[in-house]
Design a protein around this ligand. Structure first.
Ligand SMILES: [Zn+2]
Length: 235
């Protein structure tokens, strides 16, 4: 393998390293966003459980207050019954007492169901709160690690770019142009690939005899399918 090709392969190695690190760095904010979205989601689930529990508590207090006021009402009606003189008035008050008692009885039933419901909801809420705390702690830890990896990656990317630029400076202008031309055509590495089984090892298509002949004669030539530079180590 000639020196120019060897330098080109060195450059590609440094370039791949630089590109991989750059991609890892680009992925950091995406990872941060994903973690924040997860945190928001588990917070929403917990808040919903909390709101449902609070609504039940509010209803329970409402029932207690209503029952207490109905008890007072019954006492008042009974007091009035003592002072009324007419049977009709007494009967009307009795009728009202019965209606209030019926309403009270319905509320008491609802209250009993609600109390049992609240016991279960309280246990579920405690479990949800514990899970929320655990998951939030885990996600915060992951977030911290991801954020601290960002500064490490930035330094690595900067160092890898310097190495890449230094390798690029060592390249002949012909090889440099060839490499940059491939990079404009091919989105991802590898950009320089070996010849194997009459195929380009980038797109894996069979080469024309003309291209294969050029590779075997000169040592390298562009793939007529994908544009990657194909080389052979044979010559
Ligand atoms: Zn190809």
């Amino acid at each position: 393998m000639d020196d120019a090709l060897s330098s080109l392969l060195d450059l590609q190695g440094h370039d791949i390293c630089f590109l991989e690190l750059s991609n890892q760095l680009k992925a950091v904010p995406i990872g941060v966003d994903a973690l924040l979205a997860k945190m928001a989601k588990i917070k929403a689930v917990f808040s919903e459980a909390e709101s449902l529990y609070q609504l039940k508590e509010v209803r329970r207090r409402e029932i207690d207050l209503k029952i207490a006021s109905q008890e007072e009402l019954i006492v008042r009606y009974k007091t009035q019954q003592i002072s009324v003189k007419k049977n009709e008035e007494y009967g009307a008050l009795e009728h009202q007492i019965t209606a209030v008692r019926q309403e009270m009885s319905g509320l008491e039933e609802e209250g009993i169901v609600l109390l049992m419901d609240l016991d279960e909801a309280r246990a579920q809420l405690a479990e949800a709160a514990a899970q929320y705390k655990d998951k939030t702690a885990q996600l915060n830890e992951a977030l911290g690690m991801l954020k601290s990896s960002e500064s490490v990656l930035k330094a690595k990317v900067a160092a890898a770019e310097q190495v890449y630029q230094a390798a690029l400076a060592l390249l002949s202008s012909d090889m440099r142009e060839r490499y940059e031309w491939v990079k404009k055509r091919v989105a991802r590495p590898p950009f320089v690939v070996p010849l194997k089984d009459h195929r380009c090892q980038g797109c894996f298509l069979k080469l024309s005899q003309e291209v294969e002949g050029a590779v075997l004669t000169v040592g390298y030539a562009p793939c007529d399918q994908c544009g990657r530079l194909i080389y052979t180590a044979v010559i």
